[in-house]
Design a protein around this ligand. Sequence first.
Ligand code: PEP
Length: 250
Amino acid sequence: MQKKIVAGNWKMNTTFQEGEALVKAIIAGKNETPDDVLLIVAPPFTHLCCLTEPLREAGIGVAAQNCASEEKGAYTGEVSAKMLASIGVEYCIIGHSERREYYGETGEILLKKVQQSLSAGLRPIFCVGEVLAEREANRHFEVVGQQLDEVILKLTPADFAKTIIAYEPVWAIGTGKTASSEQAQEIHAHIRKVLVGKFGGAANDTAILYGGSCKPSNAKELFAQPDVAGGLIGGASLVADDFIAIAKAG
Ligand code: PEP
């Protein structure tokens, strides 16, 4: 039985001091969460160096929210996957819809980021998801299939085995609208089918997280779906009690 994963994406929120206090509160609440739920926290880059050690000591995984698509060199302002790995970061969120939309990250760029992460020893948490117009046009399977095809289906089986997928319908991110548990299960099962088609039975073990306005009140039903291995949590991960309550639903 795979562990459920509850990962908090803080985005561009919290000063360092606020982040430190939030980590303390999450660590304090962790003993209330089931042993078979892996907590992961993704603070901003500026916080990672100081917060990685206490988080890992408490048995909480640490993720970055992004990494560079290149290994090193003259790329002012970028942070490489290798730099992140060198301070103990273990995971990297890649392909979040905000990066795709506001920073023009294409499948080609995302493939490079995933490959950089993997070669530095980070496990990518690769996000896919359709916008509202695509859902309304019944194109969500096609859109998600293409996002997987551009990146994940190009990986070697060994690299694929280290990858986590997050299905995040863009219309549900930060909007308060959540996919119903039926909608989530339907598309998670589709994602698994695509992955099994390429990688065979190994894809039955792939963690596929749900993200999009997940909160304590809806987490249990979503996480109970057979192909939903937990959640990628935005807004609610900034409130320790809510984040812990979501983890308890795992
Ligand atoms: C996210 O951005 O990854 C996310 C799931 O956000 P929220 O939970 O706030 O919808």
